[in-house]
Structure formats: structure tokens, C-alpha cells
Design a protein around this ligand. Structure first.
Ligand SMILES: NC(=O)C1=CN([C@@H]2O[C@H](COP(=O)(O)OP(=O)(O)OC[C@H]3O[C@@H](n4cnc5c(N)ncnc54)[C@H](OP(=O)(O)O)[C@@H]3O)[C@@H](O)[C@H]2O)C=CC1
Ligand SMILES: O=C(CO)COP(=O)(O)O
Length: 331
């Protein structure tokens, strides 16, 4: 039976805060790395994260805060990474401690920019963490709803399913049900792709396409995701499981979705820069689109939706030219 020992959260945003809430309820103590000391002092003073999910209150005595990633990496046995993917390497570049013997859990739904690999592969390749010590958390889950204790289903994936099951117990509570899987990279790629598709759903919505179209669009998106996952990690999976289809639907339909909101602004005619400036949080699908397009240049999977989003975001083509052409390829 694996012993996950002392658990620490790496990251200070909304999902980190929601995961911290769930984990500390179970473990009674967490380490928590945040990059900014002013945020840590405000958190200690207020008893909640000063910037994200401010309604979630913590017992400060249960938390050991630090802005030193080496301290947390040395003192804790299980490191749960919850930073937005574009910043992951910025945090890790300060890391000198050996983490190859730790349990690494990634709750990041993004790809590592510049490396074009999902986070578990990055921790394995760059930091020598064996695959059996790498887990990921997926599933349809907006942090805001977990904060409100609305029922949420999370999937913990690990190459060793027993390990995944054991860690899933750290997350399970009245409002979080957990499932397990062995499809670690498939789940990580699915999470990257659903962000790309949510951007496209938002673009179409912003252009005036309605619910009838959205249903067809998401049907095509899940087929496209399935084709890609089959090419990149050909294991048996049911694409209708909530960790794949459910996550696509929550992000594609929800008003909480940052990726969809970002896309909606593009569809309404905002420039990419102004849409990004307007967003207070990170729409990771913007970065994911470029990485996925680069990865797919090797795999040659038919991905008309990914290509369309790439054309709009990176080739400066206009949605009113790209989206009608895309609609001709959907069925
Ligand atoms: N939010 C959600 O509902 C869910 C998110 N996820 C995933 O969790 C991960 C984290 O997302 P989430 O918590 O939502 O992120 P947020 O957008 O809520 O938080 C942003 C975080 O990034 C930090 N940050 C901002 N700018 C920089 C920078 N230039 N360099 C380094 N750090 C920076 C912020 O730190 P500071 O406050 O100091 O500026 C803050 O901690 C993502 O991969 C996301 O896909 C997964 C499931 C649900
Ligand atoms: O991954 C998420 C929900 O599962 C969060 O991403 P969005 O904010 O774009 O929905």
C-alpha cells in the first residue's frame, strides 16, 4: 500500500485553492507553495486566499506556507502541482532539490510550452520521476463549484491503478466522488484538447452560432479528441467517460470556463491581445493550441477543429473566414 506521506500543494490560483481545501479536510495538514510572499502574509492574516476563491476559509494552523519551492520539495513526500501550464517551468527553474523519489501529482490541464509534452512526461523526462510515482487528476471540475461544495466527479490516473485508487481517497469527500484510470497521458492530452475546443465553442458562440450548432460542434470535437488519443496512446478507453467527454462538455458549455470566455471575445471581434488583457485568469487553450498543432505535425491525425483554432489564434485568419469553412467539415 503506498504511503503518500506529507502532501504539499504547488500553486496559488483557484484550482490550487480548491484542491487544498479538499486535501486538508482529509489530511489535517498541508504544505503550500505560493510564489509571492505578500500573498502568503495576506492569506495568513485573512484566513483565505486573498486573490482566488476568497469564500473558502482555512484553519491557518493546518498549513505550512512557503515561497521556497526547494523547502517544500525537500520536506514533503507528495507534491501536487496546480500551476497554470505556461508558468510551470518558471517555478521549476528554481528547483535544485531532487524530486525523483517523490510522488508527483499533476492537476494541471495544459501542456508544457516549449517542450510539447504533457506534464507527467515532463516530470519523468526532466526530473527522473518513475512513471509509477506519477499521477494526474482529471474530470469535469470548475474550482468555483468545488469551493461551493457542489457535487464533482474527479478521476485520478496512474500507471499503477492501486496507487491511483489510494490517492483518490485523499480527494474523496461528501461533495467529491472519485474514479480511477491508468490512462495518464490520454487524460492529460484530453484536458489540453478540451480547452482548445472550448475556445472554438466560444468563438462560434460569439459569432452568433446557437445551441443547435454547439451540439454538433461538440459531437465532432469528441470524435476528433478520440482520434488523437488513439494515435498518441492507443489503449482501451471509453471516450464517453466523464474524464474525457464530461470535461469537454463542462468547459464547452459553462459560463465559468475561461477558455470559452476567451473564445467568445475573439468571436465578437476582440483582438487576441485585448481578449487576453480582459481575462483575469489564464486561458491555457491559447498555448495548448500551438503545442497540439506542433505535436500533430508528427502524428498527422485529421484535426480540422484544432487547425481552425490555430489558424485564428496564430495565423491571424479571421473567424468569419475560418469558421464557415470548418462547418463544411462537420457532420
Ligand atoms: N480553475 C479551474 O476550475 C480548474 C483549473 N485546472 C487547472 O489548474 C491549473 C491552475 O489553474 P488555476 O488555479 O485555475 O489558475 P488561476 O488562473 O486561478 O491562477 C493563476 C495562478 O498563476 C499565477 N501566475 C500568474 N501570473 C504568473 C506568472 N507570470 N508567473 C508565475 N505564476 C503566475 C498566479 O499567481 P499570483 O496570484 O501570484 O499572480 C496564480 O497562482 C491549470 O492548469 C488549470 O487548467 C483544472 C481544473 C479546474
Ligand atoms: O479545466 C477546467 C474545468 O475542468 C477549467 O478550464 P476552463 O476554465 O476553461 O473551463
Amino acid at each position: 500500500m503506498p504511503d503518500f506521506g506529507r502532501v504539499a500543494i504547488i500553486g496559488g490560483g483557484s484550482w490550487a485553492t480548491a484542491i487544498a481545501k479538499v486535501v486538508v479536510e482529509h489530511t489535517g495538514h498541508i504544505g503550500w507553495y505560493m510564489r509571492r510572499d505578500d500573498r502568503i502574509s495576506d492569506f495568513r492574516r485573512l484566513g483565505h486566499n486573498p486573490a482566488y476563491l476568497t469564500g473558502v476559509h482555512f484553519d491557518i494552523d493546518d498549513i505550512e506556507f512557503t515561497s521556497d519551492i526547494n523547502e517544500i520539495a525537500t520536506e514533503y513526500d507528495t507534491l501536487v502541482f496546480v500551476t497554470p501550464s505556461p508558468y510551470l517551468k518558471d517555478h521549476l527553474k528554481k528547483l535544485t532539490a531532487d524530486i525523483s523519489h517523490k510522488f508527483i501529482v499533476t492537476a494541471i490541464k495544459g501542456i508544457v510550452p516549449g517542450e510539447d509534452v504533457v506534464c507527467s512526461d515532463y516530470f519523468h523526462q526532466r526530473y527522473g520521476v518513475p512513471y509509477r510515482q506519477l499521477l494526474c487528476i482529471g474530470g469535469p471540475s470548475h474550482a468555483e463549484e468545488v469551493a461551493l461544495e457542489r457535487l464533482t466527479y474527479l478521476t485520478v490516473a496512474g500507471s499503477d491503478e492501486k496507487m491511483a485508487r489510494e490517492f483518490s481517497r485523499v480527494l474523496a469527500c461528501d461533495y467529491v466522488k472519485t474514479e480511477t484510470s491508468t490512462d495518464v497521458t490520454g487524460i492529460e492530452y484530453a484536458a489540453v484538447l478540451k480547452n482548445v475546443y472550448a475556445i472554438c465553442a466560444g468563438i462560434c458562440n460569439g459569432m452568433g452560432y446557437g445551441d443547435n450548432f454547439q451540439a454538433v460542434f461538440l459531437t465532432n470535437a469528441i470524435r476528433e479528441m478520440d482520434r488523437f488519443l488513439t494515435a498518441v496512446n492507443p489503449v482501451h478507453r471509453n471516450i464517453c467517460d466523464s474524464v474525457y467527454l464530461g470535461d469537454l462538455l463542462v468547459t464547452g458549455y459553462s459560463n465559468f470556463s475561461r477558455n470559452r470566455t476567451f473564445g467568445m471575445m475573439i468571436g465578437k471581434g476582440y483582438s487576441i491581445k485585448s481578449a487576453q488583457a480582459e481575462m483575469k485568469m489564464v486561458a491555457e487553450g491559447y498555448y495548448g493550441t500551438k503545442c497540439m498543432e506542433e505535436i500533430n505535425r508528427q502524428l498527422h491525425v485529421s484535426m480540422p477543429i484544432l487547425d481552425a483554432v490555430y489558424d485564428i489564434l496564430y495565423k491571424d485568419l479571421r473567424p468569419r473566414d475560418v469558421i464557415p469553412a470548418l462547418t463544411e467539415k462537420l457532420s
